[in-house]
Design a protein around this ligand. Structure first.
Ligand code: ADP
Length: 290
C-alpha cells in the first residue's frame, strides 16, 4: 500500500496559503516530513487524517480516496496530533479502554486483552493505573502512540511527536516508532532534523506550503558532497560574510560562530571542506541556495 498525494492546495480564510500544490508518494515505512514552524506540516497531516478539507488536489491510500471515503480511511488510520489536548484525571488503562470501545471493540474481554498488550508494548503497563494528568512528556507521547495503534492502523500519522521530550525519552520514543514503522505507513512531521536522520528511510522538506525535496535523506546529503565549507568567524564579521557568501547556517560553537557556506569551490581563505549533514540540506534548501 502507498499513500499518493497529488496537487494538494489549501488557503485559509485569512489568506494564508498553507499548502501550495503539494505532491508526495509515501510508501510503507517511516516517512519524515521536515519543515520549520508554519511550513504547513500540520495542515497536511490534518488533511490526510480526514480532519479538514483541501481546496484542490487528491490523496489516495491504496484503493481509497482519502478526501471522499473518510469513514473507511478513519478505520485504517492512527493519529497522534501535535497537541493531544487535555490530560484527564482518569487512568491510562481507563482511557485506552474507552478509546478501544469507540473504535468498535465491543467485547470487554477482547478489549482488555488488547489494551493490556498495547500498554506492554509502549512500556506503560506498570503505570496503567496512574492518572494521565500525572504522566511525563515522554509517557504522554508513548500513551499517544498506544491510542493511535488501537485497531491495527495501516496508516499512522504522528505530528511533531518529539517536541518537548528529553534525550532519554526521545530515544525510547524513537525505538518504539521504528518498531511500529516496519509494517505500516508512518508519516512523522517534525522541525527536528535529527528525528528524520535517526528514523526515516524517505523524507520531504516542506517550506511555505511547498515541497522543496522528496527522496532519501542519504541521497540528499550526498548531493551536497564537496559543496559545504566551514569557518569560524568573529561575531562582528558575520553580517559581512552573510552579504558576500551563500551562508547555509551559522552556529555558536564555544562562543564563536561556526559558519557553513555553500560553494562549488573554496570560498576563500580560512575555509575548510565540511562533511555535509542533513541540517545543511535542510537550510540550503529552505534558503534557496540550491
Ligand atoms: P506547521 O505544522 O508546519 O507549523 P501549519 O500547517 O500549522 O504549519 O501552518 C501553516 C500556515 O497556516 C501558518 O502560517 C499558520 O499560521 C497558518 N494556519 C494554520 N492553521 C490555520 C487556521 N486554522 N487558520 C488560519 N491560518 C492557519
Amino acid at each position: 500500500m502507498e499513500l499518493v498525494i497529488e496537487g494538494l492546495s489549501k488557503t485559509y480564510a485569512n489568506g494564508v496559503k498553507a499548502l501550495d500544490n503539494v505532491s508526495l508518494r509515501v510508501p510503507k515505512g517511516m516517512y519524515g516530513l521536515l519543515g520549520q514552524n508554519g511550513a504547513g506540516k500540520s495542515t497536511l497531516m490534518r488533511t490526510i487524517a480526514t480532519l479538514q478539507d483541501a481546496d484542490a488536489g487528491s490523496i489516495r491510500c491504496g484503493d481509497l480516496d482519502v478526501l471522499k471515503d473518510k469513514e473507511a480511511v478513519r478505520r485504517r488510520l492512527g493519529y497522534l496530533p501535535q497537541d493531544f489536548g487535555v490530560y484527564p484525571r482518569i487512568s491510562a488503562l481507563e482511557m485506552l479502554d474507552h478509546m478501544a470501545l469507540l473504535k468498535g471493540l465491543v467485547h470487554a474481554g477482547d478489549r482488555r486483552a488488547m489494551v493490556n498488550a498495547m500498554l506492554e508494548r509502549v512500556n506503560l503497563f506498570a503505570h496503567r493505573k496512574k492518572a494521565l494528568a500525572s504522566f511525563s512528556g515522554g509517557m504522554r507521547q508513548r500513551f499517544g502512540i498506544a491510542q493511535a495503534l488501537i485497531g491495527n492502523p495501516q496508516l499512522l500519522i504522528v505530528d511533531e511527536p518529539t517536541a518537548g521530550l528529553d534525550p532519554g525519552e526521545r530515544n525510547r520514543f524513537y525505538n518504539l516508532l521504528a518498531e511500529v514503522g516496519e509494517n505500516v505507513i508512518v508519516i512523522l512531521s517534525t522541525h527536528i532534523v535529527e528525528d528524520v536522520l535517526e528514523l526515516c528511510s524517505r523524507m520531504a522538506i516542506i517550506h511555505q506550503g511547498r515541497v522543496l525535496y522528496e527522496g532519501e535523506p542519504e541521497a540528499a546529503v550526498a548531493s551536497l558532497a564537496g559543496k559545504v565549507w566551514q569557518r569560524r568567524v568573529p561575531k562582528a564579521d558575520l553580517a559581512a560574510l552573510e552579504a558576500s557568501h551563500r551562508v547555509i547556517s551559522s552556529k555558536m560553537v564555544a562562543g564563536q560562530p561556526l559558519v557553513h557556506v555553500y560553494a562549488d569551490a573554496s570560498p576563500g581563505e580560512g575555509f575548510t571542506p565540511a562533511a555535509p549533514g542533513l541540517e545543511d540540506v535542510f537550510f540550503s534548501r529552505i534558503g534557496g541556495l540550491c
